[in-house]
Write a new protein. Sequence first.
Length: 255
Amino acid sequence: MLEAQGLTKYYGSVLAVQSIDFRLEAGQVLGYLGPNGSGKSTTVKMLIGLLEPTSGQVLFNGKNIQQDLVGYRKHLGYVPEEANLYPYLTGFEYLELVGTLRGMPQQRMKAKIDSFLELFSLFTHRHVSLGSYSKGMRQRILLISALMDNPDVLILDEPLSGLDVTSALIFKNLIQSLSAKGKTIFYCSHVLEVVEKVCSRLLILRKGQVIASGSTEEVRQRIGQTSLENIFLQLVEDRDVAQIAGNIVDVVVSP
């Protein structure tokens, strides 16, 4: 169980997020939504222990993660928004490094790496340096590194970034299968149609504050909209997006 209680973060005098509360049980997938600058990445960094909250706390199985960050991270799989990898390591070497840092037994680690590389269509590139990988290939390496030690909690920050259509479809099915296996999943994304399909609960941010939360169906009924896209536009965007698009077209075609 992953829980946020009154999670608040200031950078100096600037408020990033305020009073974030949620409780995420085993088998649940929480979709964490908001426009750029709403506080999503700050929340993610507090959830994985990279940032300490100004106030409030993150709990894992009822215990503040700051009391034992190393122990908490043994249960955690994390996919960051940016695929910042070591460019001179090969794909296999990077995953071997991750497995070693996690304390995985050598035989189990090698078997897992080989299987994952095969399933993610990277086996033939396993001895190629990461610096020559495409963005989608690097993203698949990040997904493998998050999954390889069978984590209890997955924190995913824009995990579909750079993935091709086939990989994205596999990933959507993967999330549903992992939640069915009892994994706790925190899913931060701008891809609303995927969030709508895989997330059992939603939390929507605006300017660092929660403006809607609950099950996907509860949020739909409360806002009176049938699609997550319409909910997002009604709650988050003050602008007429169709009108803005039309204005941009006018500028494009103007003499």
